[in-house]
Write a protein that binds this ligand. Structure first.
Ligand code: FES
Length: 166
C-alpha cells in the first residue's frame, strides 16, 4: 500500500502518498516535478542527485523518501531565484564551473553544504581533517570527491568555492 510522507521542500510543505520503495530522488523528480535534481547512476556513485536534507548533503538516490518524513529538503530550485541567484550559483557562472551542466545542480548543492560543514566544524569524513583557517584546495577537492564531473570542470568548481568562501 501507499504511505503518507510529509516533507518541507524548499520551504514548502508537501504531502505525498508514496510506495514505500520510492527513493527521495524519485519523489522529488517524479512526484514533485522538481527535475533540477539529476539522476546519473541511481546507485550512489556520481553525486548528480545531491540534495541538502536537514543541513547535510545526501545522495537522494540512496535513500527512501519515507525515511525523511518531517524533514526539510533543499534542492537546486530552492537555492536561489532567476533574479537573485545563490552566491554559489553566481560563482559557478563567474568561474565556468560546468560544461554540459548535468552534474551542476548536485555540485552546487554539495558545494553549499561543504562550506556549511566546514563553518560548523564538521571534519572531513575521509581524512578527519578540519582546517578552517587555511581552507586548502586539497580539502575542498576531497570533500567534493563524491560529485563526479565527466567534463572535468573540477578546477573551476574549486575556484567558485574559494570565491564564495572568501
Ligand atoms: Fe545518485 Fe548518481 S544518481 S549518486
Amino acid at each position: 500500500g501507499m504511505i503518507p510522507v510529509e516533507l518541507t521542500v524548499n520551504g514548502r510543505e508537501v504531502h505525498l502518498q508514496l510506495d514505500p520503495r520510492t527513493t527521495l530522488l524519485d519523489a522529488l523528480r517524479e512526484h514533485l516535478h522538481l527535475t533540477g535534481t539529476k539522476k546519473g547512476c541511481d546507485q550512489g556513485q556520481c553525486g548528480a542527485c545531491t540534495v541538502i536534507v536537514e543541513g547535510r548533503r545526501i545522495n537522494s538516490c540512496l535513500t527512501l523518501a519515507v525515511m525523511h518524513d518531517g524533514d526539510k529538503v533543499t534542492t537546486i530550485e530552492g537555492l536561489g531565484t532567476p533574479d537573485a541567484l545563490h552566491p554559489m550559483q553566481r560563482a559557478f557562472i563567474t568561474h565556468d564551473g560546468y560544461q554540459c551542466g548535468y552534474c551542476t545542480p548536485g555540485q552546487i548543492c554539495s558545494a553549499v553544504a561543504v562550506l556549511e560543514e566546514i563553518a560548523a566544524g564538521i571534519p572531513s569524513h575521509v581524512t578527519g581533517d578540519l582546517n578552517q583557517v587555511a581552507l586548502s584546495d586539497h580539502e575542498l577537492r576531497e570533500r567534493m570527491s563524491g560529485n563526479i564531473c565527466r567534463c572535468a570542470a573540477y578546477p573551476n568548481i574549486i575556484a567558485a568555492m574559494n570565491d564564495v568562501a572568501g
